[in-house]
Design a protein. Structure first.
Lengths: 117, 293
């Protein structure tokens, strides 16, 4: 009886160990390769560079609606908030003054544009 | 001899299988910190459009090149040309008139990169990456993220003629160049009459090439005649070539054809009168070739 019970304990322990090994392998050692991702999954520095691109274009185009549409690919946040996040990153990571100024202009324009809408 | 505990081995394998199913299929790790190369194709198009718009505003070709390399296209120029065609096609279908302007920016960036003598560097830019700790490494692919200071070891249109190492945490903004130029005006290098009864009557065919004889998509062609004017774009019939465009001329009307970006003007273009072998007459076509010198 006791031998039978300890046998079951070993089986359950082996099952749990197997699950643990499987999870570790699938999450850490060989996670799923992703493709066809959406822009909201981009690393923060890439997002900030995208905001900078939008700001560079905005400087010439002066069209906040177009800039907002460009930033809308990042999802549910407002364009002004997305631009502000990019600006925060730029300030914290030593972007050049010229780039920060461009992004600041974009943030200001989008905040005003959001207010008008 | 000790017996193998098959029940325990089977339990271990079953657990392993369950763990893999859960971690790979049911709950894969949350995606964060992705790179642009992993974006879906339509988002890559938007990314390219943003790069082109920024280039259109700043004229900063090295920066545009570095940004495009993040998308991992085998040939960024081809990718830009193909995208310009798709955008023009969707605009022509009435999806969005705004895309005409964006397509022009994308095509202009393709043209600028194609004219770049360091075009070969586009897909695998070599850059020295200097991190804040002062370590230096050389990378060919993938390129550095935008927040890492880079020093491009190339000298296109930059005043400096040797490698520059930028120390400190600044973004890759090599130099601000003046207003972007689209290259020299196109020259009319070919004009021939075509008498082919299999082609539509009065077919005007236009072929636009750059200085490397590569066909250019998204180039606006302007046709004017007494009392009228029309525009059309190259690249809408990809099966005939990226730089191909056509137009049906009205018989006995004289046209002038030029490219909107600046080119020689083909004057006095009239559909020629041709004859079949059986003696029937029909209106033939004209083929014009524009090329950058």
């Amino acid at each position: 009886m006791t031998t039978n019970r300890s046998r079951w304990v070993f089986i359950i322990l082996a099952l749990i160990a197997g699950v643990g090994i499987g999870l570790a392998y699938g999450w850490v050692f060989d996670p799923v390769d992703f493709f066809d991702l959406t822009p909201d999954t981009l690393r923060t520095d890439y997002k900030a560079d995208y905001v900078l691109m939008t700001a560079e274009a905005y400087r010439v185009e002066q069209d906040p609606g177009l800039a907002a549409r460009r930033l809308a690919i990042f999802g549910t946040q407002s364009p002004a908030a997305i631009a502000a996040e990019g600006l925060d990153y730029a300030r914290a990571n030593g972007f050049s003054d010229a780039d920060v100024t461009l992004m600041q202009e974009l943030v200001t324009a989008l905040q005003a544009w959001s207010g008008i809408r | 001899m000790k017996r193998i505990p098959w029940d325990i081995v089977l339990a271990l394998l079953a657990g392993l299988g369950l763990g893999l199913v859960y971690s790979w299929m049911i709950s894969p790790p949350r995606i964060v910190d992705a790179e642009p190369v992993a974006l879906r194709a339509d988002f890559k198009d938007q990314y390219r459009s943003a790069v082109a718009a920024a280039y259109n505003a700043t004229g900063n070709r090295p920066r545009a090149r570095a940004r495009l390399s993040l998308l991992g296209d085998a040939d960024p120029v081809e990718a830009l040309n193909a995208q310009a065609q798709r955008m023009l096609a969707s605009s022509a279908g009435g999806v969005s008139g705004e895309q005409f302007g964006h397509a022009d920016q994308v095509a202009a960036l393709a043209l600028a990169l194609d004219d770049d003598p360091d075009h070969a560097l586009i897909s695998t830019p070599t850059a020295e990456i200097i991190n804040n700790a002062g370590n230096i490494s050389t990378a060919t692919s993938p390129p550095p993220p935008p927040d890492v200071p880079i020093a491009l070891t190339e000298t296109p249109e930059i005043i400096e003629t040797q490698s520059t190492i930028i120390v400190g945490a600044v973004t890759p903004r090599p130099t601000r160049t003046s207003v972007p130029t689209l290259g020299a005006p196109f020259a009319l290098t070919g004009q021939e009459s075509l008498c082919d009864s299999n082609l539509p009557d009065g077919l005007l065919q236009v072929l636009v090439l750059n200085s490397n004889r590569r066909q250019l998509a998204g180039v606006e062609v302007v046709v004017t005649w007494d009392g009228g004017k029309e525009q059309f774009f190259t690249g809408l019939k990809t099966e005939l070539g990226n730089g191909y465009a056509d137009y049906i001329m009205t018989p006995e009307v004289t046209y002038a054809i030029q490219l909107a970006r600046g080119s020689d003007v083909a004057l006095g273009i009239v559909a020629p009168t041709c004859q079949t072998s059986s003696g029937e007459t029909f209106f033939g076509g004209i083929k014009l070739t524009f090329q950058q010198p």
